[in-house]
Design a protein around this ligand. Structure first.
Ligand SMILES: [Zn+2]
Length: 393
């Protein structure tokens, strides 16, 4: 995911971040080193967190020791890339920064357990006179301790992109991936001023993923649903099996592979959908749903629910790269109950009914299309208000 940067660029240019994800094929020795690095990262995180807590109890001051402190008592830390350990320190410090700033929203950093936390480590690239510490080769990635790790690239970076850092991770099914983050200076896009004709309003919708104000919908591909059904069948079978048996182990592995497959299908769908919308419209209005509401939906178990936050984020940065805007409408606006024709607010519109009729003007509405129309109108009104402009058209 691209991040914001405070770094200054030349006039008319801005920094963009691109990530390329590649599959890694480490040798047994390299895989062993990765395994060690994952373990050391968890270890150092937990040590630093424990010391922070002790120090805080004793003195009331916040302090996190650096990884160097632990190397004498735990010499195995010297075997792995020091950069990965430094990253853990930076991450812990960052986790505390956001926690102290906003303790209601962010949790206190937790201890890491192999069982719950993803196997991963991150290392930054450093440019020395002798060359960079991390770089890509024709069919691999050169890393500090592991040497050249074989990799399969689905796409290649541009020659002028700067490699900033890599994150190596191992999935539950045992595959290795590497996310390579690049910094690129690009020409800043010219701001696009939206009009009602070139703006779309989107309403989140359970069966269709979204419904647009012009009645268009995204229908999630049927294979996504099929995969989901397969997954729940496997889950049921697992619950009836004897844990520890060979059959059980095999079923667990199948479950993990399918789970990853679905996550990839979903990601693919979201990227394509957000790309299509971004290219078709100058601005997109959407409701700013609270994160806890989205989490509730995830718990509800729909395969696409989890993707809606990601969809919004994809839309935001894809639009931004073309100088376009994602306009967020307050979730407290009664977008579903307001008549998009006359503005009348109906007190109760059943969530089960697909259509309703406005008692004031008699307009007949599809519940979701009407909401999408209101979201669009609100988003545009906000946009023009914030710029002190009068709405055109
Ligand atoms: Zn009406």
């Amino acid at each position: 995911m691209p991040r914001k940067s405070k770094k200054q660029c030349e006039a008319g240019k801005e920094l963009q971040y691109n990530t390329i994800k590649v599959r890694l094929y480490p040798t047994p020795d390299q895989a062993e080193l990765f395994e060690k690095t994952f373990g050391c990262c968890r270890y150092i995180w937990n040590q630093m967190l424990a010391d922070q807590q002790r120090f805080y109890l004793e003195t009331g001051a916040h302090f996190i020791p650096t990884p160097a402190k632990y190397k004498n008592s735990a010499p195995f830390l010297k075997e792995v890339d020091n950069q990965a350990l430094i990253q853990e320190h930076n991450r812990l410090a960052q986790a505390f920064r956001v926690f102290f700033k906003n303790p209601e929203t962010f949790r206190h950093p937790k201890f890491k357990r192999k069982k719950d936390d993803k196997d991963s480590f991150t290392a930054c690239n450093h440019d020395f006179e002798s060359g960079p510490t991390i770089y890509t080769t024709r069919d691999g990635i050169r890393m500090t301790k592991a040497g050249v790790v074989k990799a399969r690239f689905s796409r290649r970076p541009q020659a002028w992109w700067k490699l900033k850092r890599i994150t190596v991770e191992k999935t539950r099914s045992g595959k290795y991936y590497c996310c390579i983050l690049y910094e690129c200076e690009v020409k800043a896009p010219e701001a696009v001023v939206p009009t009602p004709e070139t703006t779309a309003g989107l309403k989140y919708s359970m069966p269709h993923f979204y419904v647009a104000d012009n009645g268009a919908m995204a229908d999630p591909p049927h294979w996504l649903k099929q995969s989901q059904e397969k997954l729940s069948k496997l889950q049921q079978r697992l619950s009836r099996m004897q844990p520890g048996s060979r059959n059980y182990q095999e079923a667990v592995q199948r479950y993990r592979v399918l789970h990853e497959h679905i996550a990839n299908q979903r990601k693919d769908f979201i990227h394509k959908e957000s790309r299509r919308i971004t290219n078709a419209w100058d601005a997109v209005c959407i409701r700013a749903d609270a994160l806890d509401e989205i989490a509730d939906r995830v718990a509800y178990g729909n395969v696409l629910e989890a993707g809606y936050g990601m969809f919004r984020e994809c839309l935001r940065y894809k639009l931004a790269r073309q100088g376009k805007q994602l306009l967020l409408v307050s979730r407290y606006e009664p977008t579903t109950r307001t008549c998009s024709e006359c503005g009348f607010v109906e007190e109760s519109v059943s969530y089960r009914k697909r259509t309703w009729t406005c008692p004031k003007c008699g307009a007949r509405h599809s519940r979701e299309v009407n909401a999408a129309k209101n979201i669009k109108a609100q988003g545009l009104a906000q946009y023009f208000r914030s710029r002190g402009l009068r709405e055109s058209a």
